[in-house]
Design a protein around this ligand. Sequence first.
Ligand code: GLU
Length: 302
Amino acid sequence: MQATLEAIVAQNRTLTAHGKVATYIPELAMGDANALGICVIDGAGNVHLAGDTDIRFTLQSVSKVFALMLALEDQGFAGVFDHIGMEPTGDAFNSIVKLETFASLRPLNPLINAGAIATTALIKGDSVAERFQRLYNYIEAIAGEERISFNERVYRSEKATGDRNRAIGYFLRDIGAVCGDVDEILDLYFRQCSIETDVIGLATLARRLALGPEAEPALSPEVLRIARTFMYTCGMYDATGEFAVKVGIPAKSGVSGAIMATAPGHELGIGVIAPALDQKGNSKAGVQALVDLSRLLQLSVF
Ligand code: GLU
């Protein structure tokens, strides 16, 4: 495995030059455009590392998977899907265009920004601080205390510049898809995106999603099933179909250049970081590293 990962990193590192680090959140522009790091935790629980594995990065959209899981725990199936749809989108992750044209006036799915903001709004707690702490604890319980932290600079940077998400939040309240204080909901959303980890933490999260419900910490089988399904159908923005064909396992990417990929049939979890993104917002070298890894290890579910 070690030699395989090192070869994959060596093969794909040059691709980072064809991507661009996200700059719309100014603090993300600090990401290392040349970096590529990967961690695989295999079926036996062994940790394999290659490339730039010391980098810490924010979860960004990867956090949406765990916000969905906690919202499902808090509100149940109907409590979530009465407000949020289940369909993939062909539009960009932060697009507003479908909100008004979709007949039911619900955001399309929980992994695009509109659906994610509506999902975050469903996390229970008496204050933003309590609701955030519950989500943070949920993620930390899976990844381990030493792997999870909070990046205050990225949080402040997104909060200062997140007008598109603000627009989405207010529009959602106007159509009745969220209720309550929009600024508070967005604050919680910006905070969840700024939870920070490394590739080992990301692969640990991915591996937990690959295991059955009874592994530690125990997770509801239904919640686990729904999370994996949305990752497979909606996890890679508007490139999810191509990723399913070429890689074939549930995954979720974030604009920090992170990709969390999970192979339930192999009980294997993968964390990748390569901040330079392609035009759709997925890690340029990270996606190709996963194409190669999936082919070599025959990970595809079909
Ligand atoms: N915080 C980012 C945003 O809402 C997350 C986007 C992403 O990673 O796709 O713009």
